[in-house]
Ligand binder design. Structure first.
Ligand code: C2E
Ligand code: CA
Ligand code: CA
Ligand code: CA
Length: 274
């Protein structure tokens, strides 16, 4: 048994070493990813209750030279650890604003920013510069942040968020319901929207607790006069439930998957209201 135990430990150590090496390698490769043009933006539609597409969320993809596409769920945390995320997010903001500025129908874009951006960089200045440079209307930009932004330096983060709103850019609270203090944060800052996390939406049909939580969040939004968007909507049953609860907007594979903007070209080039 001792022998076997040692074998198991060696196996885990080898697996650990492999993971650490793998992580270091990706972190090294990330350093040149921007200049080597390995990042691509995907766009996922957000629809109003009647199905009309009103905005696109911008989702980053990394086309690694040796590995095909790597998910942001994998590389964003690695970029956050090294601080490289600030340069990456600035690249995303610039590219997405440039793209959206060309859209005939003037739909909005929702851009994810990392909590690390708020600690390391001057986010309001960066946004102001990009808006000036691309001439995109600030009202067409929404920043999605998680409550992680408010965790280490609460007052500092609130001040930065105020400066962002002063530019005319909207701020949405992402992944709502998954953190610890979401409710008090809603009181501390005038968010423009709350986004129900997909973990609740996906279990709507199978888990009564999830349905109750979604019901409560939509009710909270109504009381606070905050539009609520649900993400991860995959089935018509989920859509029907959310519609009956009065959820303002929907996002998910049922409405449309994230794709390069070429896939949605006919939507963004149509005239307003089309
Ligand atoms: P998120 O902001 O919560 O984005 C939603 C994620 O759910 C996206 O994953 C999206 O592709 C996926 N999704 C949307 N609808 C559905 C659905 O119906 N079913 C399922 N199963 N999944 C759905 P993705 O693109 O892999 O992004 C993962 C996370 O990476 C994002 O979570 C966000 O936190 C982060 N991220 C993505 N792009 C950026 C970026 O440019 N900057 C930063 N800082 N973070 C980003
Ligand atoms: Ca998001
Ligand atoms: Ca989410
Ligand atoms: Ca997230």
């Amino acid at each position: 048994a001792k022998q076997e135990e040692r074998g198991t430990i060696r196996f885990f150590e080898a697996a650990m070493d492999h993971q650490i090496r793998e992580k270091r390698m990706l972190q090294r490769d990330l350093v040149v990813a921007i200049e080597n043009r390995q990042f691509e933006l995907y766009y996922q539609p957000q629809a109003a209750a009647d199905g009309t597409i009103v905005a696109f969320e911008v989702l980053l993809r990394w086309r690694h030279p040796e590995r095909n596409i790597i998910s942001p769920a994998v590389f964003i945390p690695l970029a956050e650890e090294t601080g490289l995320i600030s340069a990456i997010d600035e690249w995303v903001v610039r590219e997405a604003c440039r793209e959206a500025a060309t859209w005939a129908n003037k739909l909005s874009i929702a851009i994810n920013l990392s909590p690390v951006d708020f600690r390391r960089g001057d986010v309001p200045r960066m946004l102001a510069d990009v808006l000036a440079e691309t001439r995109l209307e600030p009202e067409r930009v929404e920043i999605e942040i998680t409550e992680g932004v408010l965790i280490d330096d609460f007052a500092g983060a609130i001040a930065i968020l105020r400066d962002i709103k002063a530019l005319g850019v909207r701020v949405a609270m992402d992944d709502f319901g998954t953190g610890y203090s979401s409710l008090s944060y809603l009181q501390a800052f005038p968010f423009d929207k709350i986004k129900i996390d997909q973990t609740f939406v996906m279990k709507l049909e199978t888990n009564p607790q999830s349905a109750a939580i979604v019901h409560a969040i939509i009710g909270l939004g109504r009381s606070l006069k905050l539009p609520v968007i649900a993400e991860g909507v995959e089935t018509m049953a989920q859509q029907a439930f959310l519609a009956s609860e009065g959820c303002a907007e929907l996002q998910g594979f049922l409405i449309g998957r994230p794709y390069p903007i070429a896939h949605y070209r006919n939507i963004v080039t149509k005239g307003a209201g089309g």
